[in-house]
Design a protein. Structure first.
Length: 201
């Protein structure tokens, strides 16, 4: 437990540091950080994972991996594999999957069988459709384009001016079956009804 708390403290510091990182001058980054800043996007995802708990029934048997599915840039999945190499989350190995076609039956099954679902900017037009079809999967949902959190995603990365920020949809978290640490959510720009509830700890 003490080790997890130390890890969580480091994660919180990293998130806070990322929030003040200069976004650079790239217009593409300003719109879609997963395409032009996969390393920073991966760092956010890693630290969100360290601050999230899942119900026991969603995690499965001891020894089964924590599954992160990336419906987006393959380079982002590659960066995440590097970040999670040699790490465990609550004594579980982390498996990162790249889902190239989330709009297929096989793709949706892969997303529903995941603990974290990242929907990249390439699929922003179908994000709401995907979210509707993975509802009830107890997955932490993360995006990186305008409107994702407003449309029911839990966490959404964005660039504000020259700083990376993230939005949190309390209602989606509270009803999504996962628990995100309130210290992380205090750093977020709030979307939807604000306040403490079952989705916060």
């Amino acid at each position: 437990m003490e080790g997890r708390l130390r890890s969580a403290s480091r994660a919180l510091a990293i998130i806070a540091s990322c929030l003040t990182a200069a976004a650079g001058s790239s217009p593409a980054w300003s719109a879609f950080p997963d395409e032009t800043a996969p390393d920073l996007t991966a760092a956010f995802i890693l630290n969100f994972v360290l601050y999230t708990d899942w119900p026991a029934e969603a995690l499965g048997e001891p020894g089964e991996p924590l599954v992160i599915s990336i419906a987006g840039e393959r380079s982002l999945a590659d960066h995440l594999r590097q970040l999670f190499a040699g790490r465990t989350v609550d004594a579980r190995n982390v498996e990162v999957r790249h889902v190239a076609r989330p709009d297929t039956i096989e793709g949706l099954e892969a997303l529903r069988d995941s603990h974290v679902v990242f929907i990249g900017s390439a699929h922003r037009e179908r994000a709401q459709w995907i979210l509707d079809r993975i509802e009830g999967a107890n997955a932490l949902t993360i995006g990186c384009f305008p409107g994702f959190a407003h449309d029911g995603g839990m966490l959404n990365l964005r660039v504000l001016g020259r700083k990376m920020r993230f939005e949190a949809n309390f209602d989606a978290i509270q009803h999504g079956g996962v628990s995100v640490n309130s210290e992380v959510l205090r750093l977020a720009d709030l979307v939807g009804p604000a306040g403490a509830g079952d989705g916060l700890r």
